[in-house]
Unconditional design. Structure first.
Lengths: 123, 151
């Protein structure tokens, strides 16, 4: 069994998702469902914290492609933080840093949302 | 699939065509790659390539049909770590798929098709042998040379 879990926090002005374990073709739909529900409730400032994510495949990367256009059209963003080097390698291999802001610390992502004036209550 | 099951041994694993099985396949490949002296990044990349190939078998060749099995076998020969993936689905040759141009991919917010790109980037040699009258299984071979174990 793949083990994967998601915890959701609010840290204004952002919604934070802490993802843990293994994100692959089996578990990616869980993340897709979670992001979908946050966005449907108007949360467009999203930070995904990868600190406890041990593995990602292209199915995991694909989840972020599903939502990034819509979120940016709403002047929000999906920022990715605290990746283990082996996980970052997968993003880097395919050039994802061209499209996504990938940061070392969650604090930087929050600061960037504040600097951009994204202070909405929904995050 | 009887033929595949009969030859089950410690260098081969056969699992149902279900994404829930990917974890088991990854653990199998990772343990063999570690024994062969790959670095942790090397183990990750090899495991990732096999995951991508098996995900494609489950999705494209088997269309998530749990009742069908595929097998992953590892051969060590002549300085090479060879992973063979056997499936009995419709032929799907990853070499016939061109990897997307990533600049356009991001500009147009495209989706899917990245597994093939990953396989091509991390594996040294790739061979695909479609099933025929003599060999009832499609075989995808992912070959990594052992002097390239760090990446």
């Amino acid at each position: 069994m793949s083990s994967f879990s998601i915890e959701h926090r609010l840290r204004k002005p952002a919604q934070i998702l802490d993802i843990k374990g293994f994100l692959d073709a089996h578990t990616a739909p869980q993340l897709e469902t979670k992001l979908e529900s946050i966005i449907r409730e108007g949360g467009y400032n999203i930070v995904v914290n990868f600190r406890e994510l041990d593995y990602i495949s292209s199915a995991g990367l694909g989840v972020f492609m599903v939502f990034i256009e819509e979120v940016r059209n709403k002047l929000g963003d999906i920022k990715l933080v605290s990746m283990q080097p082996k996980v970052f390698t997968v993003f880097d291999l395919l050039g994802f840093p061209m499209l996504f802001e990938i940061l070392e610390h969650e604090d930087e992502a929050i600061a960037n949302f504040r600097d951009a004036g994204n202070e909405s209550e929904n995050g | 699939m009887g033929e595949m099951q009969q030859s089950t041994n410690e260098m081969r694993i056969c699992v149902p065509g279900n994404t829930a099985e990917l974890q088991r396949v990854r653990s199998f490949v990772a343990s063999k790659a570690r024994k062969s002296g790959f670095s942790e990044q090397g183990v990750y990349n090899l495991t990732l390539a096999v995951d991508e190939a098996c995900s494609n078998v489950i999705r494209h060749a088997y269309r998530h049909d749990n009742s069908r099995e595929f097998c992953v076998e590892i051969d060590l020969e002549q300085g090479q770590f060879i992973v063979k993936i056997f499936d009995s689905g419709s032929a799907f040759n990853p070499l016939s798929i061109s990897a997307p141009a990533m600049k356009e991919y991001f500009e147009k917010f495209m989706r899917g098709g990245l597994g093939i790109s990953i396989i091509k980037k991390v594996i040294d040699n790739i061979e695909y042998i479609p099933a025929d009258a003599k060999h009832p299984f499609n075989i995808l071979k992912l070959i990594k040379t052992l002097d390239d174990r760090s990446i």
